[in-house]
Design a protein. Structure first.
Length: 144
């Protein structure tokens, strides 16, 4: 039997008293808010669900590259990651990732960081897909 390692946990709650699409989230012990922009009928009280996805990809990319550079003893004064998620007129979706690192890295170091960026945990989860099992249960609406 394969053992499973817990990676992350999040909960979402959407009530009737909140702005139309607002969702209160908790990722671990960190509170977050998701919403849709006003142009989509939301209250713009938080980032969109896809904003959370690209934020996760950007964060994972920056963290992984930082960990790798630190392990190699490379001096990196900063890492900036910019992610776009776009859908074309045929419905094909794609991510575009731009990683900016200091100019004093040599070409071999840049190439190695580019290879590592393609293998970050979130990159692999998005690229290869991950099964999602969904179960519906009844909620206690009276608090009893």
């Amino acid at each position: 039997m394969k053992t499973r390692r817990h990676i992350a946990h999040a909960t979402a709650s959407s009530g009737s008293t909140l702005p139309p699409w607002r969702v209160d989230l908790r990722a671990g012990h960190h509170p977050l808010v998701a919403d849709e922009p006003a142009s989509e009928g939301g209250g713009d009280t938080g980032t969109s669900p896809f904003g959370l996805v690209v934020s996760g990809l950007a964060a994972c990319t920056a963290m992984t590259l930082r960990m790798y550079a630190d392990r190699k003893g490379w001096e990196l004064s900063g890492i900036d990651v910019d992610i776009h998620y776009d859908i074309d007129e045929e419905g094909n979706a794609s991510f575009a990732r731009t990683v900016a690192v200091p100019g004093d890295l040599d070409p071999a170091q840049r190439q190695r960081l580019a290879e590592i960026a393609e293998r970050t945990p979130v990159t692999l989860a998005l690229r290869h897909g991950t099964p999602i099992a969904t179960v519906f249960t009844s909620m206690d609406v009276d608090g009893e």
